[in-house]
Design a binder for this molecule. Structure first.
Ligand code: G3H
Ligand code: 13P
Ligand code: ZN
Length: 317
């Protein structure tokens, strides 16, 4: 199978009451960890690349790594997606350069400006067989250079979604219902003993009522597993108060209209915890193949866990 768009994946996910995982990729070990897990579990998967990932690893290297993963896992559908595109030019460059899906994130602009830019990207993408994710509402946290402080996020306004989707022609919509980017999703004041405020399922339900059958996306959906936070802290790191979204709430969202769940921070934590542990236990080692091997395995195990216990996408390829 060659790279696919998310159209078919989302239709099956919507009807089947599960979600497809969208995992951020920045290097070979991450691509391998994710796709080995998805391949073995027969799960569809979305590999997503941010502007920062392109700046770090280079567009061509990332596309070729993803193409290698497609060749190694011909039994599963894999989509290559631009995460948080912020300009028409960036989206165009990814559309021209082999991506099958792009996100135009104009959610920090006014409603009218968001519509105008999203529509421009949709016209170019659709003319080239590529699908578009757009966003309404603002998540707290950090996305590339945009920092939204906790307390300044804005939930999606359900009364805006029909007009937005009608006028832009976007293929999926990211909404803000209380998820947040990064490993520090909530302030201590927002959490009661590591329990963050619940997601706004009422907003999701209202959006779904207004857009029946339309695929919804959740960003900022890492759970920040405490086993990795503890590992980081035990082996020389310092990540106090790192807290994520409880997995049961994401499982619940996946059963509803949410068809794509974005996970990046959990990958970073799995790798960092394991690399720190490896160095602490083997202070004389210096071969990257040695210390990246357990890190890659940890990414694979974590993604397998998400596919089976959170997304419910195993066996759905
Ligand atoms: O939402 C943002 C993703 O986690 C990508 O992060 O811009 O640091 O690559 P990045
Ligand atoms: P996390 O920081 O929760 O992993 O979110 C990732 C994301 O939304 C990428 O777009
Ligand atoms: Zn995001």
């Amino acid at each position: 199978m060659s790279l696919v768009t998310t159209t078919e994946m989302f239709k099956k996910a919507y009807d089947g009451g599960y979600a497809v995982g969208a995992f951020n990729v920045n290097n070979m070990e991450i691509v391998q960890g994710i796709t080995e897990a998805a391949g073995e579990l027969n799960s569809p998967v979305i590999l997503q690349v941010s502007k920062g990932a392109r700046a770090y690893a280079n567009h061509t290297y990332l596309v070729k790594l993803v193409e290698a993963a497609v060749e190694e896992n011909p039994q599963i559908p894999i989509a290559l997606h631009l995460d948080h595109g912020d300009t028409f030019e960036l989206c165009k460059s990814c559309i021209d350069g082999g991506f099958t899906s792009v996100m135009i994130d104009a959610s920090s602009k006014s409603f009218e400006e968001n519509i105008e830019l999203t529509k421009q990207v949709v016209e170019y993408a659709h003319a080239n067989g590529v699908v578009v994710e757009a966003e309404l509402g603002t998540l707290a946290g950090i996305e590339d250079e945009v920092v939204v402080e906790a307390g300044h996020e804005a939930y999606t306004r359900p009364e805006e979604v029909e007009e937005f989707v009608d006028r832009t022609g976007c293929d999926s919509l990211a909404i803000a219902i209380g998820t947040s980017h990064g490993a520090y999703k909530f302030t201590a004041a927002q959490c009661t003993i590591l329990v963050p405020p619940p997601l706004r399922f009422d907003v999701l339900e209202e959006v779904t009522k207004r857009l029946p059958g339309f695929p919804i996306v959740l960003h900022g959906s890492s759970s920040v597993p405490q086993e990795f936070v503890k590992m980081v802290n035990q082996y020389g790191g310092n990540m106090p108060d790192a807290v994520g979204i409880p997995e049961e709430q994401l499982r619940q969202a996946a059963k509803l209209a949410v068809c794509k769940i974005n996970i990046d921070s959990d990958i970073r934590l799995a790798m960092t915890g394991n690399i720190r542990k490896y160095f602490a236990e083997h202070p004389d080692h210096f071969d990257p193949r040695q210390y990246l091997k357990p890190a890659r395995q940890a990414v694979k195990d974590m993604v397998a866990h998400k596919i089976v216990n959170v997304l419910g996408s195993d066996g759905k390829a």
